[in-house]
Design a protein around this ligand. Structure first.
Ligand code: KG4
Ligand code: ZN
Length: 366
């Protein structure tokens, strides 16, 4: 590494699911090195096999970190802070990353920071668009979570809504399986949907009704299992009629449109209710072009609107977002203890459920 290095240098490590990824972050958002290795051992199973994921992380972690450091022109000894996803996720996979990070940090006498995976997703857009800062409405959509947040400042996350059953990404994965498409389902559905006509089939918009009002508990919540069941029934009927092959792309398009419509509609409700027209999309499903375009389109006429999302590479699981979230927690003095560990489920730090009407809860924009 030539020239001056902006400190602190953070090494971010992500092993919560089926990506082994490491990134070197310098200062606020300069990514000096970044390697994302997607495991392909799961392909034949049509989903992630936890034990195989843990083993694959263990096999690849050294080389992934080494390559990220090489890209940065740095060595382990140049790292100031070691950040790693500590949860939520697959416990075996998480433990590989956390144990590795703790051992290295301990050996070098440097701090380690345990990162919440979904908070990391929320930081991802800010790596490429530095003005993706609060206040904003955050929509986090991944394989395991669907969260609608009102973010007044980093670390203060007011939960507006969440899924009551399947996560958005899970719904894409299940519908893809049903249509005989490859895992992960999201990109497969998106590709197929691009060739289909969403209007050919009418699918429900679960938990989205005109007569809902903000105090209703389902005003912001999501439900995707009913939509999946509707697709199951549609596919069964088309199959019985011998039309499934011809209709597959149209079904994918109709499903994607229904899922996107619910996600965008609820986000717009939050924008309206909080007077905050800035939206940050995070998590694997935010790589979906139809979601990005529809969100931007329906916010177009709202004064002061901004829609932030990361490039596809940083929308999916990656080490750079982990490094960025670790940097935030490190700045707040939140260094982990040496007996700290990973957890399959982990409370979102700073998440609270203050009612909309609470004094000071509304953010006026600008
Ligand atoms: O954030 P992520 O990479 O991992 C988790 O934290 O779960 O999200 C993975 C999820 C999977 O369910 C995958 O099908 C979905 O994100 N996904 C997509 C797209 N790319 C990934 N869903 C819709 N459209 C996409 N283009
Ligand atoms: Zn993720």
């Amino acid at each position: 590494m030539s020239g001056t290095l902006t400190r602190p240098v953070v090494l971010g490590l992500e092993t919560s699911c089926d990506e082994t990824s490491a990134a070197v972050l310098s200062g606020d958002h300069e990514i000096l090195g970044h390697v994302i290795l997607s495991q392909d051992v799961h392909l034949v199973y049509g989903g992630v096999v936890p034990e195989l994921a843990a083993r694959a992380h263990l096999q690849k972690i050294d080389s992934v970190v080494t390559e990220a450091l090489e890209q940065a022109g740095l060595e382990l000894n140049d790292v100031d802070v070691f950040g790693v996803t500590a949860g939520p996720g697959l416990i075996g996979a998480l433990l590989v990353g956390v144990c590795w990070m703790k051992a290295v940090a301990y050996g070098l006498d440097r701090p380690w920071v345990g990162v919440h995976h979904m908070e990391a997703h929320l930081f991802a857009p800010s790596l490429e668009q530095p003005d993706a800062q609060p206040p904003f409405i955050g929509l986090l959509v991944s394989g395991g979570h669907t969260l609608l947040l009102h973010v007044t400042e980093w670390g203060q996350y007011r939960l507006l809504g969440q899924t009551r059953d399947d996560a958005a990404g899970e719904a894409f994965d299940k519908v893809a399986k049903l249509l005989g498409l490859a895992y992960p389902g999201g990109p497969s559905i998106e590709r197929l949907a691009a060739t289909g006509d969403a209007k050919r089939h009418r699918l429900p918009r679960p938990m989205l009704r005109r007569n809902q009002r903000p105090p209703d508990s389902d005003y912001y919540d999501f439900s995707f299992s009913g939509l999946k069941t509707a697709v199951v029934e549609l596919v069964r009927r088309l199959d019985a009629e011998g039309r499934l092959n011809d209709e597959r792309a149209h079904v994918a398009a109709a499903f994607q449109r229904a899922a996107v419509d619910v996600l965008v509609s609820k986000t717009l409700r939050a924008v309206e209710e909080t007077d905050c027209p800035r939206v940050v999309l995070g998590g694997g499903v935010s790589a979906n072009l139809a979601l990005r375009e529809e969100m931007s389109r329906r916010l177009r006429d709202t004064p002061g609107n901004r829609v932030f999302f990361a490039s596809p590479r940083l929308s999916l699981d990656n080490g750079a977002m982990v490094a960025r979230a670790a940097r935030f927690r490190y700045d707040r003095g939140e260094v982990a203890a040496w007996d700290g560990t990973a957890a399959a489920s982990m409370p979102f730090p700073g998440l609270h459920t203050a009612p909309l009407e609470a004094p000071g809860a509304r953010t006026r924009f600008p």
